[in-house]
Design a protein. Structure first.
Length: 811
């Protein structure tokens, strides 16, 4: 039995028999476990520890373990597996077992340093908490390891010298005024030893906590509270209630290491991408279908790390003479907290109540009827890569990290994001890859402003005009039920960037969605379907997996370069002389498509055409601003798996279409347009051909109420245009070209594509197109039926499109 099938069986056993003792297990289940009771106990214990189940919810077989031993086991398990400190069990782990987060992480860091592990082994959230408490980030970690390794023989035989390099107390950390201060229990002798070092103000502070119990942080002067915390006398609770509302600000202090297969850390990511300041914590738990207490614990961790902020009322009575609970030393911290929170006026009502000399902050949402929906702008990881990789603007990278790690930027944060995008200026001396970063950033800015500023023109029923940005990969990490509940509850329409990575998006049969309606649309199937539908396209062959090719179509010349693309791989150019060898090797693992296009020809040119197509936007005298294009001869693109599935010499890569239109963007870009791109010269006859192609595509693919762009190829030999053919089609708003971006946005307004009638027509047309498209796939695929819309079937035989139709051919 393989390891994967064995673990799968064990998981099924846990889910079904978690509350059974060994004696009560069925005989067949015991046989699966090899009759090993210890194995059964270990599986259940690991399950409970991994999911951080409270002692009261632990499996029956663990009930013989007393409460303290159970939590000691949990601490050891989490520390050995580099997990976050279990703050939700602070009352037991800190107050009864005497284990502080600082101690927990100190032992963890010592362990990985002793074993000479890389800093990158720490998961993202764990690394952030280690840095917050110990002040050890990547650079500090490397410095410490270099220091101990420099001692050579001493380090080799005495790993304990590491402890001399580790901090002995927590570093200064951010404390929010609404946190709760709790005393840390320690032996009387140890307490008196520390107490004798306290100042008068610090002694008064610790006495207040000891006498009154858990109190609000802002009742103690900030400096004194920080001091007694660093000396280990107190610790903090970060209370989250069911009716609290949470704001996710731009990420600060996030460390991008690795994402582990951790149940709790996955919940943290799910919360970050799901949460918005209009959704209470209790509602969030229902959306995620996760225990509410677990959700509260995860939200509390996000607030503790500074990745989220609870909406609370700003205190106003902060004077020196005031005898209330607030201390004026907190004023700056409170001002900063509420400035960063960026909550909208009037969107939440925050109340304050006093109970047992401790202020409790609770927030309540004034729900005036049904919550208004927004526009969801979907993007993939390549956009965040462009924003991070390009040195575009000083403050933009922080927002890019937020977009990547949180996976979401709500409308409330877009003003700040747009201010940073406004600072992006395209320099005249940038060429190649660098231009792509600037183009996407500025087109993104224009798109967001277009969507926000034209909300009234759109006429979207039930929308407040807000725009949320969501990263598709983060959305896809949610289970399908949760994903659909979030989208249905919060968004009136969804718009994708064009193109978008094939594996990034999976939203089948979703109404009011302007993007790829099926995962199949981003596969080679759709190109073939488009060519067949309009009876025009480049000569193309789709080979099935495992096929052995002995000869190629005669139309392939000996001096041509052919585009070849795997099923979920980037396309690349191969010389026809070695194509047979390369193709046969590639077909061993997946189907492959070849297209008879020499993209690197000095005469052939590619360009994008927006749809719905408006011929009035294109006249012969307008060629200079209508379509501007860099040639592909010397371009090379390197992309990771997380980026869009586009080739190094991409036939269909609209992101290599660096177009600029003086009307599309404001200065200072106008002055650099001419220096950026070369002009594609299309005659009136060429435009007539383009118009006919677009009309036929619109009719056959039912694109009347959709928008996006079609990639066209102008084939030229000896200065004479041989043909213009469509090569690819992308649904959504393009960001790779200012001109195409503007034209798509303009046509949305001009044709009122978002009004109620056109939204219904769009949904109907996309359903009709998908049905016809899936029928086409069924005729040539391995499966007789397509039951799972997220699975794209492989072809059952080679399909040869000769430029006009599919023909029979023996390879």
């Amino acid at each position: 039995m393989s390891a994967s099938s064995s673990s799968s069986q064990q998981l099924e056993i846990i889910n079904e028999f978690i509350n059974c003792s060994w004696d009560d297990l069925p005989v067949d289940v015991k046989e699966v476990l090899g009759g090993n009771k210890n194995l059964f106990d270990r599986i259940l214990k690991d399950y409970a520890m991994e999911r951080q189940l409270p002692y009261e919810q632990a499996p029956v077989s663990l009930s013989l373990m007393n409460k303290k031993d159970y939590y000691l086991e949990m601490v050891e398990y989490l520390r050995n597996n580099l997990r976050l400190f279990p703050y939700q069990f602070s009352d037991v782990i800190i107050n009864e077992l005497g284990i502080l987060p600082f101690t927990f992480y100190s032992e963890m860091v010592y362990m990985i340093m002793k074993n000479e592990k890389s800093y990158d082994i720490l998961p993202n959230f764990t690394a952030a908490d280690v840095n917050r408490l110990l002040g050890i980030g990547r650079n500090q970690y490397i410095d410490i390891m270099n220091k101990v390794r420099s001692k050579k023989w001493t380090w080799r035989f005495n790993k304990g010298i590491l402890k001399e390099q580790l901090p002995v107390q927590p570093v200064d950390t951010k404390i929010d005024y609404w946190w709760i201060v709790d005393v840390f229990p320690m032996p009387q002798q140890e307490f008196l030893k520390i107490y004798n070092t306290l100042t008068t103000e610090e002694a008064i502070a610790i006495a207040m906590v000891k006498n009154e119990g858990k109190i609000l942080a802002c009742r103690i002067p900030y400096a004194e509270l920080l001091s007694i915390y660093r000396k280990g006398l107190v610790h903090f609770h970060v209370p989250i209630n069911s009716d609290d509302y949470i704001v996710i600000p731009p990420l600060k202090g996030f460390i991008m290491n690795r994402t582990p297969n951790d149940h709790f850390e996955k919940l943290l990511y799910d919360i970050l991408v799901t949460l918005d300041e209009r959704t209470a914590v209790s509602q969030l738990a229902k959306i995620l279908q996760v225990d509410e207490n677990m959700v509260k614990s995860a939200v509390s961790v996000c607030c503790r790390l500074g990745f989220a902020k609870k909406k609370v009322q700003k205190p106003k009575n902060m004077t020196d003479t005031s005898e209330d609970q607030y201390k004026n030393s907190w004023q700056l911290s409170i001002d900063e907290y509420h400035d960063e929170m960026m909550s909208n006026e009037g969107k939440n009502n925050v109340t304050r109540s006093e109970n047992n000399s401790m202020l409790e902050f609770t927030s309540s949402f004034e729900n005036k009827g049904e919550k208004m929906k927004r526009i969801c702008f979907l993007f993939d990881s390549s956009l965040t890569a462009y924003l991070m990789m390009g040195n575009l603007a000083e403050g933009l990278k922080n927002h890019a990290v937020t977009l990547f790690e949180v996976g979401k930027m709500p409308d409330e944060l877009l003003d700040e994001f747009l201010k940073e995008l406004d600072k992006v200026v395209c320099p005249t001396d940038n060429e190649g890859e660098a231009i792509k970063y600037y183009t996407h950033a500025i087109a993104l800015r224009n798109t967001l402003r277009f969507l926000r500023q034209n909300s009234k023109e759109f006429g979207i029923v039930g929308s407040d005009g807000g725009v949320d940005m969501i990263r598709c990969e983060s959305l896809n990490n949610l289970d399908n039920g949760t994903k659909m509940r979030i989208l249905d509850m919060n968004y009136a329409i969804l718009i994708a960037t064009a193109p978008i990575a094939s594996r990034a998006i999976n939203l089948p049969n979703l109404p009011n969605f302007y993007g790829p309606p099926l995962p199949h649309v981003s596969s080679p199937w759709f190109k073939l379907y488009m060519y067949v539908s309009c009876e025009l396209g480049p000569a193309t062959v789709l080979f099935c997996r495992g096929q052995r090719i002995r000869k190629l179509p005669g139309m392939i010349g000996t001096n041509e370069k052919i585009m070849i693309s795997g099923w979920e791989q980037e396309a690349y150019a191969v010389h026809s002389r070695i194509l047979l060898q390369v193709l046969n090797e590639a077909l061993m693992t997946s189907p492959n498509m070849i297209q008879m296009i020499d993209e690197n020809s000095s005469e052939n040119q590619t360009f994008d055409v927006p749809f719905p197509f408006e011929r009035c936007n294109y006249h012969h005298h307008d060629n200079g601003s209508a379509l501007k294009q860099k040639r592909h001869a010397s371009k090379e693109t390197e992309k990771s798996d997380s980026q869009q599935e586009k080739p190094a010499f991409a036939l269909d890569d609209s992101q290599e279409d660096e177009t600029l239109d003086g009307d599309a963007v404001k200065a200072p870009l106008e002055s650099v347009e001419a220096a950026v791109d070369e002009i594609i010269d299309l005659s009136e006859e060429d435009w007539d051909t383009v118009e006919k192609i677009m009309n036929k595509l619109t009719e056959k693919l039912h694109l009347e109420c959709s928008f996006g762009c079609v990639k066209m190829l102008k084939i030229v030999k000896n200065g004479v245009t041989q043909a213009i053919v469509p090569t690819d089609l992308h649904f959504g708003i393009p960001l790779s070209s200012y001109d195409i971006n503007k034209k798509v946005c303009d046509v949305v307004i001009k044709r009122s594509l978002f009004n109620e009638e056109n939204l219904k027509r769009h949904t109907q047309h996309m359903k009709q197109m998908c049905d016809e498209f899936l029928n086409f796939i069924q005729n040539y695929s391995e499966d007789s039926c397509i039951s799972d819309p997220s699975q794209v079937p492989y072809p059952s035989k080679a399909i040869y499109f000769d430029g006009k139709q599919i023909i029979s051919y023996r390879f």
